[in-house]
Design a protein around this ligand. Structure first.
Ligand SMILES: CC(C)(COP(=O)(O)OP(=O)(O)OC[C@H]1O[C@@H](n2cnc3c(N)ncnc32)[C@H](O)[C@@H]1OP(=O)(O)O)[C@@H](O)C(=O)NCCC(=O)NCCS
Length: 291
């Protein structure tokens, strides 16, 4: 087993490949999580990341992704021993005195390795709850008169970035420029047929929902969804989600997943998804080690 430090975006497919190969109801990530997290970050943020992969031949069995003091990791459940190696690399790659790692509550191979390394469950910080929806009975999306619901097109990258910024600038200005959105739209497995928008009567994009399809697992991930503040509570986020979910089903998706905040400091996103029929499931659990 060889550790390989990450060399650039080409390795993203290797990280995604492990996620795709080990995908199940119990796994934390979908290939779309990685695509969005990686490609939607501004270059300055990407420059601060440390990533490493553990490979044998061409096959990846584990990876770690460190930002600041926090680790994300995926370890093949068939090779649980590698979790200890990822944690040792995490400790070597930071001088921080407090380390964090969030895992899904079902990832027992990671939870055991974290406990053995001295990490403890840390309550109080935001966490995320997986929600799933079988694509059998989807409601028909409805938008108010004069509004249009449709997929975005690749050449509409400026408007697509603008609606994302409008929806996501409540707390702090979003850094998703047209250049960043262009990177998102060229990251596997992005497909414009699964990137839906609501267009206002004046032509402005006012809501959006992006779904990533993992074809082999027939599973879609909704990430992200947003509606510009001036247009909220008119059912636009619901409609744009449903439009994208119908397209997902047409392309062979059987189930959709979305991972909104599960804590009560940010309930609106999960309320939106539950209003469409998504059912809550497993949650993430934060672990911390104070050195
Ligand atoms: C969350 C968000 C997408 C909702 O957009 P929206 O167009 O206002 O949502 P809708 O009008 O389709 O709402 C549908 C249902 O979701 C729930 N909901 C939406 N916003 C809510 C809020 N602020 N508080 C409580 N419930 C809410 C309600 O059940 C609502 O139905 P109702 O209006 O009949 O009560 C929007 O507030 C937003 O863009 N927020 C910032 C980005 C974000 O958090 N995205 C989601 C996480 S990926």
């Amino acid at each position: 087993m060889q550790r390989q430090d990450y060399t650039g975006p080409d390795d993203l497919r290797a990280l995604q490949e492990l996620v795709r190969r080990t995908y199940s109801v119990d796994s934390r990530f979908h290939v779309g999580d990685l695509a969005w997290e990686y490609s939607s970050a501004a270059p300055a943020r990407q420059a601060g990341w440390r990533l490493a992969l553990w490979r044998e031949g061409n096959e990846v069995f584990a990876w770690g992704w460190v930002e600041g003091n926090d680790l994300l990791m995926v370890v093949d459940p068939a090779r649980p021993d590698l979790a200890t190696e990822v944690l040792a690399w995490f400790r070597e790659s930071t001088e921080a005195e407090s380390l964090g790692c969030s895992v899904l509550e079902s990832e027992t191979h990671l939870i055991e390795a974290l406990a053995a390394d001295g990490f403890r469950v840390h309550e109080g910080d935001p966490f995320f709850t997986h929600h799933t929806l079988a694509l059998t009975d989807l409601s028909t999306p409805v938008v108010p008169a004069g509004f249009t619901l449709r997929p975005a097109q690749l050449h509409e990258v400026e408007q697509r970035a603008a609606v994302h910024r409008a929806a996501w600038s409540d707390l702090q200005p979003s850094k998703v420029t047209a250049q960043v959105m262009g990177a998102v739209m060229s990251t596997w497995p992005y497909r414009p047929e699964l990137d839906w928008v609501v267009v206002a009567p004046d032509g402005e994009f006012v809501a959006s929902a992006l779904i990533w399809l993992d074809e082999e697992n027939q599973a879609g991930l909704v990430e992200p969804v947003g509606c510009a503040p001036a247009y909220r509570r008119q059912g636009l986020a619901q409609a744009v989600n449903l439009g994208a979910l119908h397209a997902l089903r047409d392309l062979g998706g059987v189930e959709a997943r979305v991972c909104p905040r599960g804590d009560d400091d940010y309930p609106q996103a999960r309320r939106l998804y539950q209003s469409i029929g998504f059912q809550p499931g497993l949650r993430t659990v934060n672990h911390r080690l104070d050195l």
